[in-house]
Structures are given as structure tokens and as C-alpha cells.
Design a protein around this ligand. Structure first.
Ligand code: SAM
Ligand code: SF4
Ligand code: SF4
Length: 355
């Protein structure tokens, strides 16, 4: 296949009075990082030996998270995704989920995890009311998993997927594809996912903060992934859908569906309704934004929900960010943020900001 499939992206219809940014994008999707800690060291996210962690006293308590979530719900957010760091490292996470699940404003309550701690917790996450689950898995090969993550926990991740798949129909498996690292496993991963009824989504390697080993040569573009899969499976059909979700979805000749998130070569900023709240309450309106809004400070100083809502609204209304598109337009791309700057401000790290 010489031409990549292209989807037209448009936003879902929204009601008048909805909060819109400078590009008419509504505020809908909140990524909630519940910890900056992680039990893996993925080479594309945390490749360094040492990290500066957020001070423990700064981490939002569940009750503080709830108060902020309620303000976001009042402004139109209806999708909440727990992330991290590794969210399952946060103690008593099901208790937070249970409390969030009571909010009728949350249409979609999801989580992204690396799966290491999933098997023993899958049932309690389902019981707590989690709607949807995504597990990150980049390889099925134990040696490669160790090289990629500096951990021998692949069997635990696989057990986690086996435990979660029956509890979370439509389970997603997210794979960051990196040239000469795991780009020969696209078919194996699709076959693995199919065995569990899970939809595999291939993510282009992004030059986000923390990806200090990134280079354009290591990015496998969507077009190339589709080429490789077409050679193996035969004609692939793009699924036409209207969505602000980042993945373009495709169907294999036998009906198996998979996705590609082409954040690097064909970014989807134009329909981006996402923002991110770090575990210590900094709010970022773009994955690439250099600065965030300190909502913890405002909350702990006693701001009312109305005052917080007005603070958030003013930032969202001024939002012009199209971080990945801006990066795409740059020539001679090197990693986004030098390591010294990451050490000075861990909020610039993907594992702090939440993927
Ligand atoms: N620790 C959890 C996990 O890995 O699923 C949740 C947090 S992690 C930051 C969220 C997602 O970001 C993961 O699916 C991960 O693969 C993705 N990610 C991290 N660094 C990336 C990069 N440089 N390019 C593309 N995706 C990346
Ligand atoms: Fe890997 Fe997620 Fe941990 Fe980053 S936060 S190192 S992607 S498991
Ligand atoms: Fe949204 Fe920023 Fe990602 Fe673009 S780069 S999709 S604006 S978070």
C-alpha cells in the first residue's frame, strides 16, 4: 500500500454553552494521574537511572481529587481516565474509583495500566465501577520485555490481561512501536489480542518530555505499519467514524479490528478535548505544554468550586495548544526537553503528566 489511509476527524456535536477553547475544542476528557511513581522503566518514557519524584505531601488526597473532578464535571468533562506513573501503585485505588463511579456526569471511567499489578486487582477494579481498561504491552518476548522495561514482569502482565479480559469487554492493548526494537511484533500482538477479544492499538513513538532517547529514525509511521500488516493479512479497511478519540481504527479481512495512534506523523490536535491533572494537582492543557495551572495551591488555599471553575474556564478558553502539530512542523527534531531541565521540573515528564 503506498498511500496511508486517512480519516476525517470531526468533533462530536456539543451543546451550546459548552466551554470551548480558541480552536472551538470542548473540554471533555480528563486524564487523572494518581501517582508519578512507576514499577517499570520503559525506554521510551523513563530511560534514566534516577528521577526526581513529586513530594509526598503535595500528592492530592482522594477527597481533593474528588473535589477537583466535580469542578471539571461541572464544566463539561464526561470522560475520566486514571493514569500515572503506574496507577495501580496508588494505595486503595478501588476506593477512589468507587467514589468517582457514583458521579452520573462521568459517562466513561477508564484506566491505563502497565498490567504488572493487575491480576490480583482486576476483580476489585471491576467491582468498584471501572468501565474500561487499557493495558500497555509492547512485546510478548521475555528478553525484549526486560530490555524495554528493565523488569522481568512480563508473566505478571500477561496474567493481568488474562484476568482482566473477561471482566472488561473491549479491553484495549496499547503498544508503542519502535524501529528495530519491537516493530517485528505487530502481527504477533494482533494475534495475541484477538485471543482475548482485545483491540490492539499501535502508538507511534512520541517525543514527549522524558523520551530522551527519541529520534525520528526510530518512529515507525502509521503508513509503514499498515504496509507491513497488509503484506501479512491482505487488504485492510479503515473504519469510518466520527470521534475525538486518538486512534484511527482498521479492520482486517477476517473482521479483527485494531487501531493506530499516529500522534507523531499525523497528530490529532484539531479535535483534542483532553487535559491532564498530575498527582500533585497541576493541570496541563496539552501533553507538550511547558507550564500548567496549580490547582492544588488554589484548592488548599480554600478556593470555592466556583472560583476553581472560573480559573479553569479562563485557561481553557485561552487554549491554543496544538503541541504535536507544532512539533511536526519543526525541522531537525531532537528530543523535546533536555535531561537537566527534566530534573529541574519533573512536571515536564510523561510519567508525571500521565499518558
Ligand atoms: N504506566 C501506565 C502504562 O504504561 O500504561 C500508565 C501511564 S503511561 C505514561 C501511559 C501511556 O503512555 C502508555 O501506554 C505508554 O506506552 C505511553 N507512552 C509513554 N511514553 C511514550 C512515548 N514516548 N511515545 C508514545 N507513547 C508513550
Ligand atoms: Fe512505562 Fe507507563 Fe511506567 Fe512510563 S509510566 S515507564 S510508560 S509503565
Ligand atoms: Fe492534544 Fe496537545 Fe496531544 Fe495535540 S499534542 S493531541 S493538543 S494533548
Amino acid at each position: 500500500m503506498s498511500q496511508p489511509f486517512r480519516h476525517s476527524r470531526s468533533q462530536e456535536p456539543y451543546n451550546e454553552g459548552v466551554l470551548l477553547d480558541q480552536h472551538q475544542r470542548p473540554l471533555r476528557d480528563l486524564r487523572l494521574s494518581v501517582t508519578d511513581r512507576c514499577n517499570l522503566r520503559c525506554s521510551y518514557c523513563m530511560p534514566e537511572e534516577e528521577y526526581v519524584w513529586l513530594p509526598r505531601e503535595d500528592i492530592l488526597k482522594f477527597e481533593e481529587i474528588e473535589r477537583l473532578v466535580d469542578v471539571f464535571l461541572s464544566l463539561g468533562v464526561d470522560k475520566v481516565r486514571l493514569t500515572g506513573g503506574e496507577p495501580l501503585l496508588r494505595r486503595d485505588l478501588p476506593a477512589l474509583l468507587e467514589r468517582l463511579a457514583t458521579r452520573s456526569g462521568i459517562r466513561d471511567l477508564a484506566m491505563t495500566t502497565n498490567g504488572v499489578l493487575l491480576a490480583p486487582q482486576a476483580q476489585s477494579l471491576a467491582d468498584a465501577g471501572l468501565h474500561r481498561l487499557t493495558v500497555s504491552l509492547d512485546t510478548l518476548q521475555p528478553d525484549r520485555f526486560h530490555q524495554l522495561t528493565r523488569s522481568h514482569d512480563l508473566p505478571r502482565v500477561l496474567d493481568g490481561i488474562a484476568a482482566a479480559a473477561p471482566l472488561f469487554p473491549g479491553l484495549k492493548i496499547d503498544t508503542v512501536v519502535i524501529r528495530d526494537t519491537n516493530d517485528d511484533e505487530l502481527v504477533d500482538l494482533i494475534e495475541f489480542g484477538r485471543g482475548y477479544g482485545a483491540e490492539v492499538r499501535f502508538i507511534e513513538y512520541m517525543d514527549v518530555g522524558g523520551a530522551t532517547h527519541w529520534s525520528m529514525e526510530r518512529v515507525v509511521a502509521r503508513a509503514e505499519m499498515l504496509d507491513r500488516l497488509t503484506r501479512h493479512y491482505g487488504p485492510i479497511t479503515p473504519i469510518q467514524e466520527t470521534s475525538s478519540a486518538p486512534a484511527d481504527r482498521y479492520q482486517l479481512p477476517d473482521g479483527t479490528v485494531f487501531g493506530i495512534i499516529s500522534s507523531t506523523t499525523a497528530p490529532f490536535c484539531q479535535a483534542c478535548d483532553r487535559s491532564r491533572l498530575t498527582a500533585d494537582g497541576m493541570w496541563f492543557v496539552c501533553l507538550y505544554a511547558p507550564v500548567g495551572l496549580d490547582l492544588r495551591g488554589a484548592l488548599r488555599r480554600g478556593s470555592t468550586p466556583e472560583a476553581l471553575a472560573s480559573l479553569i474556564s479562563s485557561v481553557w478558553e485561552a487554549r491554543r495548544d496544538r503541541g504535536a502539530e507544532t512539533r511536526l512542523a519543526e525541522r531537525d527534531r531532537t528530543p523535546l526537553i533536555p535531561i537537566e531541565r527534566l530534573r529541574r521540573d519533573p512536571h515536564l515528564e510523561m510519567h508525571t503528566r500521565g499518558g
